[in-house]
Structure formats: C-alpha cells, structure tokens
Design a protein around this ligand. Structure first.
Ligand code: NDP
Length: 433
C-alpha cells in the first residue's frame, strides 16, 4: 500500500528537508526569544546578526540529564496510565484494508490523574513545576533529538515487525520515513503508539505546560495576571475538550489516514509542546493586566469558539454513529450516500452530512479552531508578533489540511464528492473561500 494520498515526492522532499532543517532551530529560537529576549524577534535577530552561527550554537541548550529525566518520568507515567487505567472498549473506523482498530478509551481519566498529580506535587512541595520552565530549552533540545531517534525506530519497526495489515512501503525510503510505514503501530496487542505520541504525550504536555507557565508566573511574582489566567483557562478548556472527545479524535485524519512517521510523530512530540504552548510561554514574563471586563469578554469568546468547534466534530460523529438517524439543528439531516471501493475491492457506503455546520462549508470547523487560538493569544496584546506565531501557523496548517482532505475524499468518493462540492461549494469560510 503506497502513500498515495499525500503530496508528490518533490513536495515531500521539500517539506521534509524544510521540517528537518528549519523546525528544530525554530523551536530553540522561539524558546530563546520568549524566555531570554523579551519576546522580541528584533532582539533575537540583532543578537544573531552580531554573533552569527557561533552565537546561535551558544544559545542552543544541550540536552541535560535533568531534561532527559523529566521527559522520561513524564513519558513513563503517561504510558503507564494508558496501559493501566480502565476505559470503555471503542472501535475505530474501518481502515482501507478492512481492519478495524480497537482502543481502550481512558483519555479523560489519564488527563484527570495527570493534572491532579502534577498540581498535588506542587501543592505538597514535592516537585516545583518552575523546574520545568527553568530547563525548558534543554527539554526541547532533548525532545528534538530523542524524537528523531524515535521516528527512526518507528521506520525500522514498520519494516521488520508491522503490527497490522495497514502498513507497507511506498518503495521510497524518504517518503516512508517522512509519512510513516504503519497506520496503527502497536507494542504488544494493546499499547497504541499513535495514541501515546499524539494524545498522551503531545496533547497532555500542552495542558501540563500551560499549568507550568501559570505556576512559574505565580512563583516569580507572587500572583497570576488576569491575562495568564485567561490564556491558561482557555488552553485547559481546549485540551479538556480534546480528551473528552479523544475517542472521536481516533476517527480523524491524524489517526485514521496519516501514518506514524516523522510528519505526525515528530510534530506531536516536539512541535505541540513547544509551539502550541508558546503564547503561555510568552506571558510568563509579560504579565499583562487586562482588567476584569476585557478578560471576561475574551474568555467567553474563546469558550464559545471551542464549543462551536466541538459541536462541529460532535455533529459529524453523531450523524455517522446513528447512520443519519439523528436531528441536526432540530431537523432531519440532509445527506449524500457516497459509495466507494476499499483496496481489497469491497464496495462500501459512507454518509456525507450536507446540513448543520457541515452544510456551511466543507471544513467550517477550522474557523472556530483558529479563532479560539486567537482568543487565548490576544491576552498578550500586540506589543510583539511572536505570541501570534501559532495562530498564523495553524491557519496555514488547516488550509493545507482542508486541501489534503478534499483531495483524499475526492479520490475516495469520486462523483459523490463532486456532488457534495456542488451542494456545499465553500471549503472553509462560507461565501468567501
Ligand atoms: P476530520 O477527520 O474530523 O473530518 C474530515 C473527515 O470527515 C473526512 O476525511 C471524511 O472522512 C469525513 N467527512 C468529510 N466531510 C464529511 C461530511 N460532510 N459528513 C460526514 N463526514 C465527512 O477532520 P480533522 O481531523 O481535520 O479535524 C478534527 C478536529 O481536529 C477538528 O476539531 C479540527 O479543528 C482539529 N484539528 C486541530 C489541529 C491543531 O493542530 N490544533 C490540526 C488538525 C485538526 P471519511 O473518509 O470518513 O469520509
């Protein structure tokens, strides 16, 4: 089975080389700018202009023993929770080879245990989360190298010990490494590697670091600013929503279509803990005072966006789960019955919802996703651009994702997808794009 639903080899080489060569230094520069250069890109730029490559190498922290220890303890704790905590048996969607992965849905329990444990360690003065902030550069440095090795191991596993039939080589080493070999790699029967990398390590680290930044500001100033409170609350609401809906995430592109390779795994292990959390990282030493009224407006707007994003996902999944026998905005749903053929030659049918949120645009759910990220960044106000990097990056990512998803669905559903595009002509923003 080839990686036929992704970009062309030329684009893959280009994006892989860019990702490999630009993302690691970017993570370090972003951390350096936020923590040591007042969040000012100009200040970092002047430093680099003055000190050149040597200066850059000097600011790149070496992965220290404490960084490895923190990563290892956190990773082992999350892996243990994934294995041990009870959860409902959940089936994922049928794969192109007709295989259906089975999961234990214990994400919310793992999230709860993680946050309670982390806050208790601080509260009872057993471990101070400020230590994580103080070693953040070394942690990112260790994650950059450690995750690369992890991806090499995934590649080797895909060759010598694939976990299921949803695996195989495209015949091109670079594409295999970049896009991955296996759709559902596991250790043993039940330890799902993508659930670990994407959810329990990546997404969980987002919440853990949001709390870390908040505590660090408190430890440094003796109080937490309202801007930090709004940022941390919105990020926590977002991550809580994610774990509440984690089994739904197992039906999305990340899990059901993107294989476990450098693109998705390195992204979740390094990019999520560093870039996704960066507005909070900025606020630690930039405690803006918004005033109660403005803080509340931003908070409510952010929560509303997170809710709408959640409701879009929920609507699609409820519609699929009930086979279209549900109410969408109080009415029977309008739909298209789309047939397609699996790689094993079987003919199957999927329902495409064409009313509710999914009737506004084919990827309308990305609008509230982007707006929510704006609302948890805007407490930083507009003194510097860098806190907004995630919002800009997310916008580009989701525009690309809408294209990738459309291409994939067009090749899967053919004329039925065309019918859907005629009925719902806009990709993301109704009436505009
Ligand atoms: P989904 O995978 O949830 O939805 C797209 C899939 O749904 C398509 O591949 C298709 O799959 C099916 N589908 C498409 N149109 C319809 C329709 N009209 N009716 C029913 N099914 C349809 O999307 P994403 O993975 O992109 O997003 C999931 C969530 O993750 C969103 O909330 C998004 O905002 C968020 N997200 C966040 C990111 C971040 O970095 N912060 C990045 C990406 C996503 P099928 O083959 O089953 O038909």
């Amino acid at each position: 089975m080839g990686a036929t639903t992704v970009h062309s080899p030329a684009l893959t080489y280009f994006s892989m080389l860019s990702l490999l060569s630009l993302c690691p230094p970017f993570v370090i520069l972003l951390w350096y700018t936020m923590v040591h250069a007042d969040g000012s890109v100009v200040q970092t730029w002047n430093f680099l202009k003055q000190h050149g490559l040597q200066g850059f190498l000097e600011i790149w922290p070496r992965p220290s023993a404490i960084a490895w220890k923190l990563i290892f303890v956190y990773g082992a704790f999350e892996a243990a929770l994934q294995l041990i905590l009870p959860g409902k048996r959940v089936e994922g969607p049928i794969s192109p080879t007709g295989h259906r992965p089975v999961y234990k849905a214990n994400g919310m329990a793992a999230y709860f245990v993680t946050l309670v444990t982390y806050i208790s360690l601080w509260w009872f003065e057993i471990f101070n989360p400020s230590v994580v902030y103080d070693h953040l550069g070394e942690i990112y440095s260790a994650l950059i190298f450690g995750s690369l090795i992890f991806c090499v191991l995934l590649y080797i596993k895909g060759h010598v010990a694939p976990s299921s039939t949803d695996s195989g080589s495209s015949g091109n080493l670079i594409i295999d490494f970049y896009w991955g070999m296996e759709l559902y790699p596991r250790i043993g029967k039940s330890f799902d590697i993508k659930v670990f990398t994407n959810c329990r390590f990546g997404m969980m680290s987002w919440a853990v670091l949001a709390i870390t930044y908040c505590i660090k500001q408190y430890e440094a100033n003796g109080k937490v600013s309202d801007s930090m409170l709004v940022n941390t609350t919105l990020m926590l609401v977002y991550v809580t929503k994610f774990f509440w809906w984690e089994a739904g995430y197992w039906n999305t592109m990340d899990i059901a279509h993107d294989r476990a390779g450098f693109y998705i795994c390195w992204g979740c292990l390094v990019w999520v803990p560093s870039i996704y959390t960066s507005p909070g990282m900025y606020l630690v030493n930039h405690p803006v005072n918004l005033g109660t009224q403005l803080a509340l407006y931003i908070l409510v707007a952010g929560i509303l966006c997170i809710y709408i994003n959640y409701d879009c996902d929920r609507q699609r999944q409820e519609f699929r789960r009930t086979n279209g026998k549900c109410k969408i905005w109080g009415k029977a749903p309008s739909k298209i019955e789309a047939t397609y053929t699996t790689t094993s030659g079987e003919t199957k049918t999927s329902l495409l919802l064409t009313s509710g949120w999914w009737g506004l645009a084919r990827h309308f759910h990305y609008v509230p996703e982007i707006l929510a990220s704006f609302f948890w960044t805007v407490p930083a106000l507009f003194n510097h651009f860098l806190p907004y990097f995630y919002v800009v990056y997310l916008t580009i990512l989701l525009i690309d994702r809408a294209k990738r998803d459309d291409d994939r669905c067009r090749s899967k559903y053919g004329k039925y997808w065309k019918l859907y595009c005629n009925k719902v002509p806009y990709k993301i923003i109704p009436g505009i794009y």
